[in-house]
Design a binder for this molecule. Structure first.
Ligand code: ZN
Length: 200
């Protein structure tokens, strides 16, 4: 089976987990506000890092800002917005992802964060679909935009977990940083983002 984004407008906009590059003929400059959203890991990382180092900017701070970011990331159709409750749920989703990434950094289990992330991802209403050609994929059972964007993030997490990359996606443990980074080291024991790698 393949891990792809949910149906509708989101289709074909991000490469699958097996295609880390932007793909032939697909200009990277398309993602002009977000650096290299080219695969599942980059999507999760970019989403987690919408909250800057503390004190810093929050790109999802208001409903309007969040909708604008999601549209740029091609997670939300141009005509769609976010309700207050969806905005609050989106922030809870990000917080739970950041907490789980921090647990990855610490090499520890965080049952509360894992439970919160599980609950937040349930909004995506993921199902497994089979089309007439017997192609199988994960998709949202919902038609509305919020469940579909949560499903896209859930599928990205599933894809990164399937490739073994998920435990290496971490949150920097430097004071007031918390930025998500990918640990490419052989030891998988890196605790700091590139900006703080030398200072620790
Ligand atoms: Zn850092």
């Amino acid at each position: 089976m393949s891990y792809e984004r949910p149906h509708d407008a989101a289709d074909e906009r991000l490469p699958s987990s097996n295609q880390p590059g932007a793909g032939p003929g697909r200009p990277r400059t398309r993602y002009h506000r977000i650096v290299s959203v080219t695969g599942p890991l980059q999507l999760i990382q970019a989403f987690a890092n919408t909250l800057g180092t503390s004190p810093g900017p929050d790109e999802l701070g208001t409903r309007e800002e969040a909708a604008a970011w999601l549209r740029t990331a091609e997670l939300l159709p141009a005509e769609a917005g976010l309700s207050n409750s969806e905005h609050a749920a989106l922030l809870r989703l990000r917080e739970s992802i950041r907490d789980v990434l921090a647990a990855h950094t610490g090499g520890r289990e965080d049952a509360a964060a894992a439970a919160r992330l599980t609950r937040a991802l349930a909004d995506g209403r993921l199902v497994l679909t089979v089309d007439p050609a017997s192609a199988v994929r994960l998709a949202s059972a919902a038609r509305s935009s919020y469940p579909n964007l949560v499903a896209a993030i859930a599928v990205a997490i599933a894809g990164s977990a399937a490739s073994g990359a998920w435990p290496r996606l971490k949150a920097c443990s430097a004071p007031r940083c918390g930025q998500a980074f990918y640990d490419e080291s052989g030891s998988a024991a890196v605790r700091h983002c590139s900006a703080h790698a030398d200072s620790m």
